[in-house]
Ligand binder design. Structure first.
Ligand code: NAD
Length: 527
C-alpha cells in the first residue's frame, strides 16, 4: 500500500492503560493552578488527562520556592550534584518502558523514535554527570603582575533558570536540557508544553528518586502566551526551545530585564548527496533524517540536494523506502513512523503539500492524510519540482515532507543549502570523508553530519549543538551547554606590593618600573 501500512496489533495496550487516573494524581501532586487544562493523545484524539493550569501567581510561587532552595543546592559539592545525574542515568535506562509509553501516547511518535529521547537523556546525564566538576572547576589565570597578582576565575550559578520547552521531544527537551543547569547549582522552573506535560512530570519524579531535592526543579503548566511570559518575567536566565516566532518574543522579554537567554529554534535543514555517495546508505539515511518523529524534529531534513549523476538511482531507492514505511499506533516497536501531534501540524503539512502540487510540484511518495490509521496521521511524503514561490520550499513544515532537488556541482549545492535564513543542521553524504568534512565547513549550520542525518552530531554531547541565524542563539551540550547557566566571576588577590607606588617609590620610579615590567613580560612571551 503506497505511503504506509497500518500496524495495529490486536489486543495491544492503549493510552488508557498507560495514563491511569492514579498516575495523573501521583505526577500532578503538589502542582497548583487556578484552572484545569486537558491533554490528548494524538493516536486517537481522545482525552488523556485533566491537568492543573498555572496562572501568573502560581508561576511566581514556583519561582519563590525555587529561589528559596537555590542557595542550599548551590552549596552541595558539585561532585554530589553530579552523582544525582549519574544515578538518574541508570534509572532512566532501567525504567525506560514507562517513559517510552508516556512519550508515545503524548506525542504519537513511533517507539523507536521515542527511544531516541531515552538515548539523548542518558547521554546528557552521563556527560554532565562525569564532566560537570571539570567544566565548573575554578581556573587560575596569569595576573597583571605574575606571582604578585593571583587570579582565579569562578563559575557562579545564575540563580533560578526559567525553561520553556516544546512538545516534540518532551523528555529530552525538558529534563535533558535542565540537567546542566541543575548540576551547575541553579534551581529550575520548567514550563513544558501542556500536551506533553506528563512526560516532564515523570522525569521530575525520577530525578527526585535519583536524589534531587524536590524544590530544586519546579514545573508549571498552562497556556504558552500566558505562562511563558510569566516564566521570562521571573527568571535569572531563560532557556527556550521552540519556534523562531516565539523565540523572538522570549528574547525581547529577556532583553528588557537584562537577563541572558539561549534559544533553540526552527530549521529548514538540507542534506547533500554528492556524486560519490553510497546511494543505498544515503537513501536509508534520508528516511531516518526526514521521517523520524514524523518529521517533527528541529534537526530533521526537509531539503534534499542530490548530484545529477546519482539522482535517479538515489530517488528510486529513497522513494521505494518511503512508500514501504509502516505507520502505526502501537505501544511497541515495529512501526516506522507515528502520528503528527496536533491538528495545527496536520493543517500545515496538508497546506504545504496541496499548495506545492497546485503550483506544479510532483508527489513521488505519500501526499495524503491517513485518517484510517489515526486522526492526525500523514504519509511520508517526497516532492519533486518544488520552486521558490511554494511555501514548502523555504518555510519550516515540521512534518514528514521533503523536497528533492538536483545539482550540477558542489559550489551550487553549497549555495543552495545556504540560501535560507535558518542554520540549524545539515547532512553530507560521500564515500570520501575528507571531502565531506571540508564541504561541511562551508555550510552555515550549527551541526553538520557526514554520512548520517542528525544523530551523530546531536548524540555527541561533548560538542556544542545549536543554530546559526534564525535557528537560535547559544548552544546546548559541551562546555557551552553548561557554562551558559553560570556567571563567570574573577577573583584577583594582590600580594607583596600594591599596584601603586610603594616602598617610598616616586610616581616616576613606579611608572618606570611598570614600563620595564611590561617589556619583560612580553619578552618572556607571557600572555
Ligand atoms: P512554540 O514556539 O509554539 O512553543 C514552544 C514553547 O513555548 C511551548 O511550551 C509553548 O507553550 C511556549 N510559548 C508559546 N507562546 C509563548 C510566549 N508568547 N512566550 C513564551 N512561551 C510561549 O513551538 P512548538 O510549535 O511547540 O515547537 C515546534 C518548534 O520548535 C519548531 O519550530 C521546531 O523547529 C522548534 N524546535 C527547535 C529545537 C532546537 O533545538 N532548535 C528543538 C525542538 C523544537
Amino acid at each position: 500500500m503506497e505511503g504506509g501500512n497500518p500496524v495495529a496489533p490486536p489486543g495491544a495496550r492503549t493510552a488508557a492503560d498507560v495514563v491511569t487516573p492514579e498516575l495523573v494524581a501521583r505526577l500532578t501532586r503538589g502542582l497548583t493552578g487556578s484552572g484545569t487544562t486537558v491533554s490528548h493523545t494524538p493516536f486517537t484524539g481522545r482525552k488523556l488527562a485533566d491537568l492543573p493550569e498555572s496562572g501568573p501567581e502560581d508561576v511566581a510561587a514556583a519561582f519563590g520556592r525555587a529561589r528559596e532552595a537555590q542557595r542550599a543546592w548551590a552549596a552541595v559539592p558539585v561532585r554530589e550534584r553530579a552523582a544525582v545525574l549519574l544515578r538518574f542515568h541508570d534509572l532512566v535506562l532501567a525504567r525506560q518502558s514507562e517513559v517510552l509509553d508516556l512519550i508515545q501516547v503524548e506525542t504519537g511518535k513511533a517507539r523507536l523514535h521515542a527511544h531516541e529521547e531515552v538515548q539523548a537523556v542518558a547521554v546528557a546525564a552521563r556527560h554532565y554527570g562525569r564532566k560537570a566538576p571539570a567544566y565548573l572547576r575554578p581556573k587560575g589565570h596569569t595576573g597583571v603582575v605574575p606571582t604578585l597578582t593571583k587570579v582565579t576565575e569562578l563559575r557562579q550559578p545564575r540563580g533560578v533558570v526559567g525553561q520553556i520547552s516544546p512538545w516534540n521531544y518532551p523528555f529530552e527537551l525538558s529534563v535533558g536540557d535542565a540537567l546542566p543547569a541543575l548540576v551547575a547549582g541553579n534551581t529550575v522552573v520548567t514550563k513544558p508544553d501542556t500536551e506533553t506535560a506528563l512526560t516532564a512530570l515523570w522525569a521530575r519524579e525520577l530525578l527526585i528518586e535519583a536524589g534531587l531535592p524536590a524544590p530544586v526543579w519546579q514545573i508549571v503548566l498552562g497556556e504558552g502566551p500566558v505562562v511563558g511570559p510569566a516564566v521570562v518575567a521571573h527568571a535569572d536566565y531563560v532557556s527556550f526551545t521552540g519556534s523562531t516566532r516565539t523565540g523572538r518574543e522570549v528574547a525581547e522579554g529577556a532583553a528588557a530585564r537584562l537577563v541572558g537567554c539561549s534559544l533553540e529554534l526552527g530549521g529548514k535543514n538540507a542534506m547533500l548527496v554528492l556524486h560519490d555517495a553510497d546511494v543505498e546508505k544515503a537513501a536509508a539515511g534520508a528516511v531516518r533524517g526526514c521521517f523520524s518523529s514524523a518529521g517533527q524534529l528541529c534537526i530533521s531534513i526537509e531539503r534534499l540536494y542530490v548530484h545529477e549523476s546519482v539522482a535517479d538511482a538515489f530517488v528510486e531507492r529513497f522513494v521505494a523506502r518511503a512508500r514501504a514505511m509502516r505507520l502505526g499506533t502501537g505501544l511497541a516497536y515495529g512501526a516506522d513512523m507515528g502520528s503528527l501531534v496536533s491538528g495545527r501540524q496536520l493543517e500545515t503539512v496538508t497546506r504545504h503539500v496541496e499548495e506545492a502540487v497546485a503550483k506544479g510540484a510532483t508527489v513521488l511518495a505519500g501526499g495524503r492524510p491517513r485518517p484510517d490509521i489515526g486522526p492526525l496521521f500523514y504519509e511520508p511524503t517526497v516532492l519533486e519540482g518544488v520552486e521558490a514561490p511554494m511555501a514548502v520550499c523555504a518555510e519550516e513544515t515540521f512534518g514528514p515532507v521533503v523536497s528533492v532537488y538536483r545539482f550540477r556541482d558542489e559550489d551550487e549545492a553549497v549555495a543552495l543549502a545556504n540560501a535560507t535564513p535558518y542554520g540549524l543542521n545539515a547532512s553530507v553524504w560521500t564515500r570520501d570523508g575528507r571531502r565531506g568534512r571540508a564541504l561541511a565547513a562551508r555550510l552555515r549550520a550549527g551541526t553538520v553530519n557526514v554520512n548520517e542525518a542528525y544523530a551523530a552530531a546531536y548524540g555527541s554531547a561533548q560538542s556544542p549543538m545549536g543554530g546559526m541565524g534564525d535557528s537560535g542563539l547559544g548552544r546546548r551540550h559541551g562546555s557551552e551547554g553548561i557554562l551558559k547557566y553560570t556567571e563567570s566571576q574573577t577573583v584577583a588577590q594582590q600580594r607583596i606590593m600594591p599596584l601603586a607606588p610603594s616602598f617610598g617609590m616616586t610616581d616616576e620610579k613606579y611608572a618606570e618600573f611598570m614600563t620595564r615590567s611590561l617589556r619583560a613580560l612580553k619578552a618572556l612571551r607571557l600572555r
